[in-house]
Write a protein that binds this ligand. Structure first.
Ligand code: PBG
Length: 328
């Protein structure tokens, strides 16, 4: 008896039949070279962060060790955040540009031990601002733009002087990319890049991070500077401005809930696109896996693969080391 068959000219399953065929036709590659590991540093011994299981607040030495372990697995880029003690926070966040501060020290230590690792730094005032905002808060509660940009320029210059490869302004003030570019160039740092947090949304997914740094706004929210989650056309406007002002990379943050914006950027941007899988995205996976409901390893590669497929060249993720281990 003849085999019964449908008369189909196209059977897409043929391209999925064996592992070798699937590998051959795969459109998106996930490799550690695209991952950036966010690291938290503080003045004290290494300690786990309650709001982010599996993530530590490192001592300076501990952090340098972690940078080495990441590099061995192929993760050769990190972005630094300081958990600053309450005593050093001020309304103008002056610790942000202290050349003897913990971030400049950490940059120096990483560069001394792992010169090939790309050191990115966060440029924003929230870790050092007693109001918990990314900018300076005026008496009437507004976040003042131009005065903040001046301080951000000093902060970026301090990081560049200490040896940072790329500064990443995450504050969402207007005009900061151009101002930082001018400041860096004026001081001879023409080689230091700017990765702009271009479409940074006023997102509830940052909650665990603010727990890690104890940096939540003391009053109000970040909606006058971070973007409305409902908007994507506005993200293109931010993108055009950042690129015109000299950004070397443009970022979308968070990543997973904003994959449409990642795709918009990927289609329209002439510079590489980064996406940040933020603390809340990390925590959702960790919590679901801890309860036994999801397969953590499979979810890690699927979420990161999805961000790549949406068009991100670079992904900042707390899973960077774990993912690199899975990929090796
Ligand atoms: C602050 C900053 C934030 C994150 C990175 N830089 C938090 C915020 O804007 O409130 C969030 C990262 C994360 O949630 O993983 N400038």
């Amino acid at each position: 008896m003849a085999h019964p068959h449908l008369e189909l000219t196209a059977r897409p399953r043929r391209n999925r039949r064996t592992p070798a065929i699937r590998d051959m036709v795969r459109e998106t590659e996930l490799s550690p070279a695209h991952l950036v590991l966010p690291l938290f540093v503080h003045r004290g011994p290494v300690e786990p962060i309650d709001s982010m299981p599996g993530v530590n607040r490192w001592s300076l030495d501990g952090l340098v060790g972690e940078v080495g372990r990441a590099a061995e697995l192929g993760v050769r880029a990190v972005v630094l955040f300081e958990a600053a003690p309450e005593e050093i926070k001020t309304p103008t966040g002056d610790e942000a540009w202290n050349p003897d501060g913990l971030i400049p020290q950490t940059i120096g230590a990483i560069k001394a031990h792992h010169p090939d690792t790309v050191v990115m730094t966060d440029v924003a005032l929230d870790p050092y601002n007693s109001d918990g905002h990314d900018g300076i808060v005026a008496p009437d509660g507004t976040i003042v733009n131009d005065e903040t940009v001046e301080v951000l320029c000093r902060q970026a210059l301090t990081h560049a002087d200490a040896g940072a490869d790329i500064v990443a302004p995450s504050d969402m003030m207007d005009g900061r990319v151009g101002a930082i570019r001018e400041t860096l160039d004026h001081h001879g740092h023409t080689e230091v890049g700017i990765c702009a947090y271009t479409a940074k949304y006023a997102s509830a997914f940052f909650g665990p991070f603010r727990g890690a740094l104890d940096s939540a706004p003391r009053s109000g929210d970040k909606k006058t500077y971070q973007m409305d989650p409902a908007n994507s056309r506005e993200a293109l406007r931010e993108m055009e401005l950042d690129i015109a002002e000299g950004a070397d990379m443009v970022m979308v943050k968070p990543a997973g809930p904003y994959l449409d914006v990642v795709r918009l950027f990927a289609d329209a941007s002439v510079v590489p696109v980064a996406a940040y899988q933020v603390s809340g995205e990390y925590l959702m996976v960790k919590a679901a896996a801890a309860s036994g409901w999801l397969d953590e390893q499979a979810i890690i590669t699927e979420t990161l693969g999805g961000i790549r497929r949406a068009g991100a060249d670079v992904i900042l993720t707390y899973f960077a080391v774990q993912a690199a281990r899975l990929l090796s």
